[in-house]
Design a protein around this ligand. Structure first.
Ligand code: F6R
Length: 616
């Protein structure tokens, strides 16, 4: 939530800031702004409500004098609506200081009244302007920006990344972070700060991760990081594993279209290096065998789509490890009194690695003695840094707000984890494990087949359904979380009412929603094996059909039993039941995207949302 960039170096900064902001725009897109210290040492600032394009056009028609030190911000509003005045940067110290912020300063009202009492006037409704005024007040006393930050951060409660620069100090940008992301990009004679590496990956892949409660000062020649008390701290260096082109649209109509097309690779890359001679061995979990052999409970915490991946993962974890698994929404978990012990493994799942609800749940679980393992897609992010172990998904950068390729990568990582832990505990028959590995390795090719054979048809279907006002999704067993995921995607992208249900739950209430013409997607389990669930789901289809529903079945190739019951059948290749979710979700991703596009909506930046939810 909110994207932040800072630059110091020899180059004119405006284009660098705007390019960085365009890569960060998925974090928030209701207003944007930049500030630059120009060649004559004056501070120029421009900010506009609306998407980044509005700011870009404004700067193109009335340019700011450029300079080589700058900060930029793209906003997801918290305090104060998306207006020019509430956009960042905010100025203080007679407009010589510019400040940008991500997060929420929870005690801002009390700090604001203190400042108002001193005669400070405010031009916005934001908490950020309060922080700016406080930094300005401290700076006016000492003339030292870093010590002004130090004095102010100790008074701020909540979560924040703050960046500031002052026209007295061209070539210096200072930042601080608490529970909100900030990374450093190291260039040659130039340095960067960013909410994530996307801010600067075009210029450098060398990065430093800043820890909690630290202050960083960047100049063209150096980087200094201290804790909030001023003591120097060691920072962790890492190399960004993807290049700028991975975060480009590359000829696709949208990032989402590109990312759905990358679902096969996301699975393949997440598997890579973790299977040796048919056995799953996750190198990142070396040295944990003794602990994993002894766990008596696994608790999965996540939000949104990541939580649905967790629900799919539960089936595999329980089947292959024989350890009881609970899946819980991170924001619910922390506010009760959960039973945790040193034998509990808490698995968090987060694409961004910054979701505040998940981060807080991880910290809480750790403070209560549980061991935490992070499944994450973003290097250098906070959640993996706060966890005892990390299993990265390798889906590559996900830019569209709706999570797609990260979802299939998360399920893949959970399956790998289940096979790894099952092996360590001796809970899985080696023959079953080899079969599961073979199935998993076949998934990328099968997803590619769904994209090849079904995409155009699903897009057509979505087009015909552009006026639909409500869609229901049914699934059973591993298909149930897929029904929830299909409904979430449709809500967030197409803004229509959508609900996912466990098919068995129908008769306990939801069937009352069925009226003639009601579209219902049904994820149909395979008829192979015992086929018991298949029969039950086909009966469910008959029941809703009898009440006038329009049924769109997602069923495996060759399943003829669905033909008389369904109006449309979308086909997925044959797979063992545990692996069907990885295939069945693909048509649902395509459908939600297609329907949103048919309605003329922006699929990459749906209204009211942001990709990285860094506030609770
Ligand atoms: C939905 C979606 C969200 C995220 C959720 C968690 O398409 O993208 O529901 O899955 O906000 O985000 P991460 O995985 O970054 O923790």
């Amino acid at each position: 939530m909110c994207g932040i960039i800072g630059y110091v170096g020899p180059r004119p900064s405006q284009d660098i800031l705007l390019a960085g902001l365009s890569r960060l725009e998925y974090r928030g897109y209701d207003s944007a702004g930049i500030a630059v210290i120009d060649g004559d040492g004056g501070l120029g600032m421009r900010k506009r409500a609306g998407k980044l394009a509005v700011l870009r056009d404004d700067l193109a028609s009335t340019p700011l004098a450029d300079g080589t030190t700058g900060i930029g911000h793209t906003r997801w509003a918290t305090h104060g609506g998306p207006t020019d005045a509430n956009a960042h940067p905010h100025l203080a110290d007679d407009d010589k200081l510019a400040v940008i912020h991500n997060g929420i300063i929870e005690n801002f009202a009390e700090l604001k009244s203190e400042l108002v009492g001193e005669g400070v006037t405010f031009r916005s409704e934001t908490d950020t302007e309060v922080a700016a005024a406080m930094i300005g007040r401290e700076y006016a006393r000492t003339g030292d920006l870093v010590s002004a930050f130090r004095a102010v951060v100790s008074r701020l409660e909540g979560a924040y990344t703050l960046l500031a620069m002052h026209e007295d100090h061209p070539g210096l940008v200072v930042g601080a972070r608490r529970n909100s992301p900030l990374v450093i990009g190291l260039g040659e004679g130039e340095n960067f700060l960013g909410s994530d590496v996307a801010a600067f990956v075009e210029h450098t892949r060398k990065a430093l991760a800043i820890g909690q409660d630290e202050i960083v000062a960047i100049t063209p020649g150096g980087v200094e990081v201290t804790d909030f008390s001023g003591a120097p701290v060691e920072v962790e260096a890492f190399e960004v594993t993807w290049d700028a082109s991975a975060a480009e649209k590359g000829g696709w109509s949208s990032f989402m279209a590109k990312e759905v097309s990358e679902e096969p690779e996301a699975v393949a890359n997440t598997i890579r290096g973790r299977i040796h001679e048919g056995r799953v061995e996750i190198p990142e979990l070396d040295g944990m065998d003794e602990f994993l052999a002894d766990i008596d409970r696994i608790l999965v915490i996540a939000c949104g789509t990541a939580a649905y991946a967790g629900m799919v993962g539960k089936y595999a974890l329980e089947t292959w490890t024989r350890v009881p698994v609970d899946v819980e929404l991170a924001h619910e978990f922390r506010y009760r009194d959960p039973v945790l012990s040193p034998r509990t493994l808490v698995v968090s799942i987060s694409q961004s690695g910054e979701t505040m609800d998940t981060l807080m749940a991880v910290k809480y679980a750790r403070s209560r003695g549980a061991k935490t393992l992070s499944i994450c897609n973003t290097q250098g992010a906070t959640i993996p840094r706060e966890s005892d172990a990390i299993v990265y998904t390798h889906a590559g950068p996900e830019v569209a707000v709706a999570s797609t390729k990260a979802f299939v990568a998360q399920i893949t990582a959970l399956y790998l984890l289940a096979l790894h832990v099952g092996r360590v505990r001796g809970a899985i028959d080696p023959v079953v494990a080899v079969e599961a590995v073979t199935e998993l390795e076949a998934v990328p090719g099968k997803i590619a087949r769904v994209l090849e054979t079904e995409q155009t048809r699903i897009e057509q279907l979505a087009h015909w359904m552009a006026d639909t006002r409500s869609v229901l999704f049914l699934g059973r067993n591993v298909g149930y979380p897929i029904a929830l995921e299909g409904a979430l995607k449709l809500k967030e992208l197409a803004y229509i009412h959508a609900e996912g249900f466990a098919a068995g739950e129908l008769k306990h209430g939801p069937i009352a929603l069925i009226e003639p013409g009601q579209p219902v997607f049904v994820v149909v389990p395979s008829p192979r094996g015992s086929g018991e669930m298949h029969k039950k789901v086909v009966s469910n289809i008959e029941e809703i059909r009898a009440r006038g529903a329009r049924v769109i079945a997602i069923a495996e190739e060759g399943d003829v039993a669905v033909l008389p019951a369904a109006d449309e059948v979308l086909r997925i290749p044959l797979a063992a039941p545990m692996f069907e979710p990885l295939l069945a979700v693909v048509p649902l991703h395509i459908f939600a995207m297609g329907l949103a596009e048919a309605k003329g909506l922006d699929v990459d930046q749906p209204r009211n949302l942001a990709k990285s939810v860094t506030v609770e």
